[in-house]
Design a protein around this ligand. Structure first.
Ligand code: ZN
Length: 223
C-alpha cells in the first residue's frame, strides 16, 4: 500500500485576533464566527447570574466586560452548531490514485458537553479514494467545524468518520483523535497530562487486518 501522508496542514482556524479581548475600545469592530446565530444577550445575562451565584460582584471593574467576552467566546466555540461540514467534502476532483490518503496531526479545540470545558488535541484522518479525491485542507476544515460544538470525544470521532463515509463514497475511513481534557486535568480526578485516544474505522480499514494495521502504524509513527 503506498501512502500519501501530510503532517500538520495549514491551520483552517479563522483569525484569532479577538482572543485577547482586553482592549474594550477595539471590541465593537470585531465579529467572531457564530455571533449572528446565538443569543448573545441571553449568554451575557447567564454569565452575570453565574458570577453572582458563586459569590462575586459582577459590577466590580474587573468583571464588567466579562459577560460580553464570554458570550463572544461561546459564539466562537460553538459556531459549528450552525455550519454544515459536509459541504467541504463535496469539493472533489477525479483522480486515479486509489491508495491511502492520511492527514495527520490536525490540531483542534472542542468543548466537553458535560462540563463545558475545552479538550484539545489532534485528529488523524485517513480514507481510501474511490475514483476521486477531496482537497487535503478540506479534511482539516471538517475537523475544525465538527470540533466547534459541545460534545464528547467519542461522538466527535464518529461524526467525522460518518461525514467522510457519506460524502466521499470511499471504501475505507480511519479517524483517530488524541486529546487532553481540561475537565480531567483541573477538577475531579485532576490527572493532567493523560491522553484520551478514540478511533473510528470503516470499510476495508476496519475489516482487513493488514490495512488496519498499516493505517494505525502510520498514524502512530513519529516523524
Ligand atoms: Zn468533561
Amino acid at each position: 500500500m503506498s501512502v500519501l501522508t501530510i503532517d500538520r496542514p495549514v491551520s483552517p482556524l479563522p483569525d484569532h485576533a479577538s482572543a485577547s479581548g482586553t482592549n474594550s475600545s477595539r471590541r465593537s469592530a470585531r465579529k467572531v464566527a457564530g455571533m449572528g446565530q446565538v443569543d448573545m444577550a441571553a449568554i451575557e445575562q447567564a454569565v452575570t447570574t453565574i458570577l453572582r451565584a458563586v459569590g462575586e460582584d459582577p459590577n466590580r471593574p474587573g468583571l464588567l466586560e466579562t459577560p460580553r467576552r464570554v458570550a463572544r467566546m461561546y459564539a466562537e466555540m460553538f459556531a459549528g452548531l450552525h455550519q454544515d461540514p459536509a459541504r467541504h467534502l463535496r469539493v472533489q476532483f477525479p483522480e486515479d490514485y486509489d491508495e491511502l490518503v492520511l492527514v495527520k496531526d490536525i490540531p483542534f479545540t472542542s468543548m466537553c458537553e458535560h462540563h463545558l470545558l475545552p479538550f484539545n488535541g489532534v485528529a488523524h484522518v485517513a480514507y481510501l479514494p474511490n475514483g476521486h479525491v477531496t482537497g487535503l485542507s478540506k479534511l482539516a476544515r471538517v475537523v475544525e467545524e465538527v470540533a466547534r460544538r459541545p460534545q464528547v470525544q467519542e461522538r466527535m470521532t464518529q461524526t467525522i468518520a460518518d461525514l467522510l463515509e457519506q460524502e466521499l463514497g470511499t471504501s475505507g475511513v480511519a479517524v483517530v483523535i488524541e486529546s487532553e481534557h481540561s475537565c480531567m486535568a483541573i477538577r475531579g480526578v485532576r490527572k493532567s497530562g493523560s491522553l484520551t485516544v478514540t478511533s473510528s474505522l470503516r470499510g476495508v480499514l476496519k475489516s482487513d487486518p493488514n490495512s488496519r494495521a498499516e493505517v494505525m502504524s502510520l498514524i502512530r509513527r513519529k516523524k
